[in-house]
Ligand binder design. Structure first.
Ligand code: SF4
Ligand code: SF4
Length: 383
């Protein structure tokens, strides 16, 4: 006699998903309208209907390894059309938040960064670090012109950002390894096909398939392109100053400065589009959580304070330029420190999920075949 699979609902997980934004998930009666209206839901592994019932049953392990939760771009189309107001798009977003918390390394950072009550603490740590550098790290001789280095020693800041970047990469690496192990356990036939997934992430081609999400597509893409550009320039300038090849402040007409300002402008344009999309749409605004706002506002504030600091330095307004630069440093450090636990983490987890399921790139027959195997296996996993 064949044995029936044993289902072990996790009541705590159901509560967590409901608190994280999926509060209406129990209203779902499995009509599948959501899967039909979703432009991104593949025929061979449709979502989010299956994820709705799995969430109702509290199937934590299955949901947190399910690549489909990362394939949703949160356009809200399914939420608008759900006849039961079960808000499937919000449930998918809540599941992604739970996944980031679940795979976070170290765990307490995942909780700290996603808990609104911990917001003062979240900023307190970067404030103390930047203050300590300003107060206790020895500075070079004061320059005739006002420079940030007169108060915030640049070599100490460079060392801080390189150290934090290294720690963040380790945290991302451990989180990703945990996720990939879970993915392999759920779908043993999964093969990661990274090149097409990376190309897809860079071009945002998949967003184009979602008719509801065109504004977000461009906002998202601009933020990503600007961020990648600034990460490259920041690393080059950091290495240049540490080895003595470059000196800050960089000349305004120099290639690095022009590229850095162009990168900041591109990110700012992306942030403005994303804020407009969220604030201008009542349904999207209502569905946005602390998790969504924290990353978006912090990133916007980083870029704005960076641009403002530069103008204040050029204008030599001492009583404003140092405080604004201090805020800029604190926000930048916060963005870095909490990247593996904030919405930024989507970049890593979504890339991995897309690399494991690539049914939307029909030109690449090989990747399609591989991904369909993986996707079908995951479908079986739910049935
Ligand atoms: S979430 Fe709504 S649309 Fe989707 S299956 Fe449930 S009731 Fe139907
Ligand atoms: S929110 Fe949009 S992308 Fe996500 S499942 Fe619903 S319709 Fe699909």
């Amino acid at each position: 006699m064949s044995s029936l699979p044993l289902i072990q609902p996790d009541a705590a997980f159901i509560r967590e998903v409901m608190q994280a934004g999926g509060g209406d998930l129990k209203k779902c009666f499995q009509c599948a309208t959501c899967s039909v209206v979703c432009d991104l839901s593949p025929q061979d592994a449709p979502f989010p209907r299956k994820q709705m019932i799995a969430a109702q049953w509290g199937l934590k392990d299955r949901l947190l390894c399910d690549p489909a939760i990362w394939l949703c771009h949160n356009c809200g189309s399914c939420t608008t059309r759900c006849p039961r107001q079960a808000r499937p798009g919000d449930v998918m977003a809540a599941l992604r938040r739970q996944a980031i918390r679940h795979y976070a390394f170290p765990k307490f950072m995942g909780k700290l960064a996603t808990e609104p009550r911990a917001l003062p603490l979240v900023f307190l740590l970067p404030v103390l670090i930047v203050l300590a550098i300003a107060l206790w790290v020895p500075k070079g001789p004061a320059t005739p012109d006002l420079e940030f280095a007169n108060l915030f020693p640049i070599p100490a800041l460079e060392a801080l950002y390189f150290t934090v970047s290294g720690l963040v990469l380790v945290a991302f690496g451990v989180g990703l390894v945990r996720y990939l192990k879970a993915l392999k356990k759920c779908c043993p036939e999964t093969i990661l096909n990274l090149p097409p997934a990376s190309a897809e992430i860079i071009t945002h081609e998949r967003f184009a398939q979602c008719s509801e999400n065109q504004g977000v597509r461009w906002g998202h893409a601009l933020v990503l392109w600007g961020f990648l550009g600034l990460a490259f320039i920041g690393t080059a300038v950091g290495l240049g100053t540490m080895t003595g090849l470059l000196r800050t402040p960089l000349p305004m007409g120099g290639a690095f400065k022009i590229l850095a300002n162009a990168g900041a402008a591109v990110i700012l344009a992306g942030c403005i589009i994303l804020l407009k999309e969220r604030l201008g749409d009542a349904a999207r605004r209502a569905a946005s959580s602390y998790f969504d706002w924290f990353f978006l506002w912090t990133l916007t504030a980083v870029v704005l304070t960076g641009i403002l600091s530069q103008f204040l330095r050029l204008a030599q307004i001492a009583y404003l330029m140092y405080p604004v630069y201090f805020v800029h440093l604190v926000l930048t450090l916060s963005l870095f420190l909490y990247a593996p636990y904030s919405k930024f983490a989507h970049l890593a987890y979504r890339t991995a999920a897309m690399a494991s399921t690539e049914p939307w790139i029909p030109k690449r027959r090989k990747s399609r075949r591989i991904s369909e195997q993986g996707a079908e296996h995951c479908v079986d996993f739910y049935s």
